[in-house]
Design a protein around this ligand. Structure first.
Ligand SMILES: [Zn+2]
Length: 311
C-alpha cells in the first residue's frame, strides 16, 4: 500500500506578508525536492477536502471556531489582511487554507484507517500545533493534528492514539487541547527556553515533554528520545500515531538553535515506524508543522517520507 500525500492549492495561497518565514515557498521547496529526488512519483497524491467544522469543534471551543471563522471569512470577503498576533496574519485565502489543512489531516486519518494507505503525510499550511483550544497563535489557526486525533477517537472509535511532536518549538496548543485526555499520549522534544516559552512542566499526566537546551546535537537528542519517548510509547500501545512534523530543529534553520540533520529525521521516523508496526498496524498520519530553511526543509521532508514509504 502506498504512502498518501495530501495537500491543497489554497494552502499555498495563505500568505502572511513579505519576509515572513512561514511562507508559501515552503510548500514549493518540498514539491521541488520530491520531483528532483523522484520520490514524488512513489506517493499517492490526494487533493485535501475542507474540514467539517464539527471535526474542528472536537478540538477547539465552539465559540472560538465561530469567532475565528467570522474573522477569516471577513478577510476572504474584503480581501484585506488582518493581524491575529504579532507573528500571525490572515489574508483572503487563510480561511480556505486552514480548513483544507485540517481537512487533510482528517482525510488522511480516514485513508489510513480504511486501509487505503499504509500511512500519510499532509504537506499543509498553516501549521497547527500552537493553536490552543480557544486561541490562534504562532502562525497557527486550527490544530490539525489534535483535530485528526480526536476524529480517530470520537468518530472512528479508536481507544488510544499517540501524538509525536519533534518541532523545535513546544506544541503548546496540542498540549492545551489533549492534556489529561487519557486516550492520548503526547511525546515531544523541543528547544527550551524558546517560543512559546512553556512546556518545561507538562500540563497533564499524559504528556512526555523533553525540553532541551540550545545547541543540543542529534546524538544527544536520539539518546533522550530512546530513553524517554520509547518506554512511554511502548507502555501506551497506541492504535495510531499522529506526528507534528516540524523540521525547524534542523541545524540550518534560523528559528531554533538545535542541530538535527536529515539522518536524525530519518532515525526518528524509523523509531516512530517501529512503534506503529508493533502496536498500530503501521498506522501513521504525519502533518507538516515548522521548517523555515527552504533547502533543509525539502531535504528533511524527503528523508521523513522515504522512511514512511519504505523506500
Ligand atoms: Zn516550530
Amino acid at each position: 500500500m502506498p504512502t498518501a500525500y495530501l495537500s491543497h492549492p489554497d494552502c499555498r495561497r495563505h500568505d502572511m506578508g513579505d519576509g515572513h518565514p512561514e511562507c508559501p515557498e515552503r510548500l514549493d521547496a518540498i514539491e521541488d525536492w520530491l520531483i528532483a529526488s523522484g520520490l514524488g512519483d512513489m506517493l499517492e497524491r490526494h487533493e485535501a477536502r475542507p474540514v467539517d467544522l464539527a471535526d474542528v469543534e472536537r478540538a477547539h471551543a465552539r465559540a472560538y471556531v465561530a469567532q475565528i471563522g467570522d474573522l477569516l471569512q471577513g478577510c476572504a470577503a474584503s480581501g484585506k489582511p488582518r493581524a491575529i498576533d504579532p507573528d500571525t496574519f490572515a489574508n483572503a485565502h487563510t480561511w480556505s487554507a486552514a480548513r483544507h489543512a485540517a481537512g487533510a489531516a482528517v482525510q488522511a486519518t480516514d485513508l489510513v484507517l480504511d486501509g487505503r494507505a499504509d500511512n500519510a503525510f499532509c504537506a499543509v499550511r498553516p501549521p497547527g500545533h500552537h493553536a490552543t483550544r480557544d486561541q490562534s497563535m504562532g502562525f497557527c489557526f486550527f490544530n490539525n493534528v489534535a483535530i485528526a486525533a480526536r476524529h480517530a477517537l470520537d468518530v472512528r472509535g479508536l481507544e488510544r492514539v499517540a501524538i509525536v511532536d519533534f518541532d523545535v518549538h513546544h506544541g503548546n496548543g496540542t498540549e492545551d487541547i489533549i492534556a489529561n485526555d487519557a486516550r492520548v499520549l503526547m511525546v515531544s522534544i523541543f528547544q527550551h527556553p524558546l517560543y512559546p516559552y512553556c512546556g518545561g512542566v507538562p500540563k497533564g499526566t499524559n504528556m512526555v515533554n523533553v525540553p532541551v537546551p540550545a545547541y543540543t546535537k542529534g546524538a544527544e537528542i536520539r539518546e533522550m528520545i530512546e530513553a524517554q519517548w520509547m518506554p512511554a510509547l511502548e507502555r501506551f500501545r497506541p492504535q495510531m500515531i499522529f506526528v507534528s512534523a516540524g523540521f525547524d530543529a534542523h541545524r540550518d534553520d534560523d528559528l531554533g538553535q538545535l542541530a538535527l540533520v536529515e539522518a536524525d529525521y530519518e532515525w526518528i521516523t524509523l523509531r516512530i515506524m517501529d512503534v506503529a508496526r508493533r502496536h498500530a498496524e503501521g498506522r501513521i498520519v504525519s502533518c507538516l508543522e515548522g521548517g523555515y530553511n527552504l533547502d533543509a526543509l525539502g531535504r528533511s521532508v524527503e528523508a521523513h517520507l522515504r522512511v514512511l514509504a519504505d523506500l
